[in-house]
Design a protein around this ligand. Structure first.
Ligand SMILES: Nc1ncnc2c1ncn2[C@@H]1O[C@H](COP(=O)(O)OP(=O)(O)O)[C@@H](O)[C@H]1O
Ligand SMILES: [Mg+2]
Length: 234
């Protein structure tokens, strides 16, 4: 579904992503693991077309070269991103936030998407008239995901959603991601939380200083000695 070949991202002199290859097949949950500064956000940003940097490499989505397309054109083809520290609009209601997410879709589709999001997150449905600032941390993340889902993505990119969340909420939000796959959405997540990411993903790529250090099935990587030592604290 998604193929990234020899991706490079440069912020001036800073070469943040160096020759990265990533593949995501339909129906998979794939994780991109790495410490702070490894290049996760730059990689996902380049895939979505939102990174403000010089990028090169080949990015194909459903066999179509998208590397020169705008973020909006990529979204129209069926991929959206939940950015790192996704900002919801605190002084707007839950419904209004979702409306922003879906403002470019037609009325019928909007209704259908809204229902999809409310079914997925009944808690958002119960709170639809509430100001977003009154939501709990986990509910805010659900809203950020819900907003991205308003555009009917086939592929959802999720950038470090667990950042700053309490462990209990991390479990909850990862359950949501597993649930997305059950709804037919393919997911590429970036995470510093290696253990949780490996638990919910089929395959993973480990980024170190902008390069893929290891990749493989999540099961394999969980047993890998280097990964255990450097990322799992075993
Ligand atoms: N806008 C920017 N300008 C300059 N350097 C940046 C910018 N954004 C990220 N970087 C650098 O690129 C590298 C990778 O950053 P990032 O992709 O945010 O990593 P991660 O998401 O894994 O923490 C880091 O060294 C970071 O300092
Ligand atoms: Mg990041």
């Amino acid at each position: 579904m998604l193929k990234v070949k020899d991706l490079n991202v440069k912020y001036g002199e800073i070469h943040a992503v160096r020759g990265v290859d990533i593949e995501v097949k339909e129906g998979e949950i794939v994780s991109l693991i790495g410490a702070n500064g490894a290049g996760k956000t730059s990689t996902l940003g380049a895939i979505m077309g939102i990174v403000k940097a010089k990028t090169d490499g080949e990015i194909t989505f459903e066999d179509k070269d998208i590397s020169k397309l705008s973020a909006w054109d990529r979204a129209k083809l069926g991929m959206t991103i939940v950015p790192e520290r996704a900002r919801i609009f605190p002084n707007m209601t839950v419904y209004e936030n979702l409306e922003v997410g879906g403002y470019l879709v037609d009325k019928e589709t909007f209704k259908e998407r809204l229902q999809f999001v409310y079914n997925l997150f009944p808690r958002l449905a119960e709170r639809k008239r509430q100001l977003a600032l009154t939501l709990s941390g986990g509910e805010k993340q659900m809203l950020a995901i819900g907003r991205a889902l308003m555009l009917s993505p086939k592929l959802l990119l999720v950038d470090e959603i667990s950042l700053g969340l309490m462990p209990k909420l991390v479990d909850e939000i990862f359950k949501v991601i597993v649930g997305l796959r059950e709804k037919g959405i393919t997911v590429l997540i970036s995470e510093q939380n290696t253990k949780k990411a490996l638990q919910i993903s089929d395959r993973a790529y480990v980024l170190q200083n902008g390069k893929i250090f290891k990749s493989g099935s999540s099961k394999e990587l969980m047993e890998d000695e280097d990964i255990k030592r450097a990322y799992l604290g075993v």
